[in-house]
Design a binder for this molecule. Sequence first.
Ligand code: MFK
Length: 555
Amino acid sequence: MSFYQTPPVLENQFTTDRLLRTYLQRTLGDALASVTPELDALGALTAGEMWQRARAERDDEPSLAQWDAWGHRVDHIELSHSWKHAKRIACEFGLVGTAYERKLGALSRVLQFAKVYLFEPSSDTYSCPLAMTDGAAKTLLTHENRALIDRAVSRLTSRRAEDAWTSGQWMTERTGGSDVSKTETVARLVDGEYRLYGTKWFTSATTSEMTLTLARPEGQPEGSRGLSLFYLERARADGSANGITVNRLKDKLGTRKLPTAELLLDGAIAVPVKGIGDGVRNIAPMLNVTRLWNSVCAAAGMRRGIALSRDYARRRLAFGMPLSQKPLHLDTLAGMQAELEAGFMLAFRVAELLGADEAGQNAQPELARLVTPLAKLTTGKQVVAVASEALECFGGAGYVEDCGVSRLLRDAQVLPIWEGTTNVLSLDTLRVLAGGAGHAALLEDTARLMKETKDKELAAVASSGHEAIGRTVAKAGELAGRDPVAVEQAARRVAMTLGRSYALVLLCHHADWCLRTLGDRRSRAAALRFAAHGFDLMSRPEVAVREDEAAMAME
Ligand code: MFK
């Protein structure tokens, strides 16, 4: 009789997720009971129908038809079936709307992102337009543009798929995804309305009904201050294209269900969102929301890789027993879970801060401004490493497309890139440290968390995290005053140390709660393991070997 392995099975992704459930128990308290049926239903859907569909339709990718049979330019993007399905589920469960309905007050963002966490890994990256939609709604509300709010926000936050809109976020041009100040798109005032001319080089979810974008009104200075933030709709009132042509769809490593296009804007009618100038500053609310989505989606990707690997470990027999009984395999899974638990805490901490700010309760804007890029850059790197391990947990099967795991790694790789690369966000972290009270707020928060952590070992580890943050902030400040090149060279180590150390302190605090309230020691084990993986990356000399290293880097 030949031997065959059994494929992994996904159970309900809410009911089987200890980390998510204990976190929600701690943060939502009594309110959890009222939202459990919804989370339970989404957990069943994401493990069942959505996951099966994503796998069965894996080759059903979006396609672009530029011309119709009669020679008209149409630029029609046909979406995959799973995307049409994902839109209905996203609306029904209020993946965006939950945040704006605010039924749980300051905790509404926690609930929203619990849903995002469940939904994302089976959504074929439909999370991308949802992230931008959330960011657009937030940005329009922040800038209090009444006409645009009336026109778009109820559509962006709708729970009815028939009238719900999604939004794009068109920032990237050929001049660069990071250095947005070089944006070449021009805004020309024609008969009292702005028309945009230029190319947008990386427009994700190009089928969205509207977008926020940057352009330089004629006569405005160079640099990011001369840019303005514009709102535009894909179609004009008569249904014709709004001066937008689609040059081609990108042929990407991953996120292949997501239609990402190169666009030409040739007279697209657009409306300034907040006057003229300061475009980068004005689009920042959107960036901060999408960076939070990125962090939660990174945690979700880790969780999915672990869920599949864990189930497979129970089924996969090798050397006479299941992998789940092999000490080395258990050690590998424990390391993956430890990274997930820390990354999860960091991502959801940003959700807590955003929700508090929006509800006007215990708002901590300086802390939020600092930890948003920290969460994004920390979890972006974690998910690539954990997804890679997840594939390895399947051996050769994980490297094969139709086993359903390989996509996790390809999709993970975008998370450290879009919405600001690791290095760009590390430099952003330095700017925040130099300019505000973020580091004081961070130290205050870690001191509080540490104080509330009672278990001796967890408290000691949390204290090491708190101290690493203090040392790193001091070191960055000292370097910045003495040697600007050295501080820039160290930026990633500074940011990663802050991100991983904060994640560690948050996880210790959560683990302590689990221990005391539930008698559950598993998050404690995760915290100790995460600490052993390392969180202080600042121990190397920053200046001594600089020239040798630069030579070595570019040999
Ligand atoms: C699954 C999840 C899906 C997620 C959706 C993915 C969709 C992908 C679609 C995309 O569009 S990806 C492309 C995203 N592009 C970026 O994220 C840009 C990356 N580059 C940066 O973030 C640069 O740091 C930045 C463009 C912001 C630097 O620009 P500048 O011109 O050097 O600006 P500067 O001087 O740093 O900042 C200008 C102002 O904005 C400053 O304020 P002031 O004018 O008051 O001095 C900054 O403080 C402010 N600012 C910048 N970043 C901010 C911010 N304010 C608040 N929050 C921020 N994050």
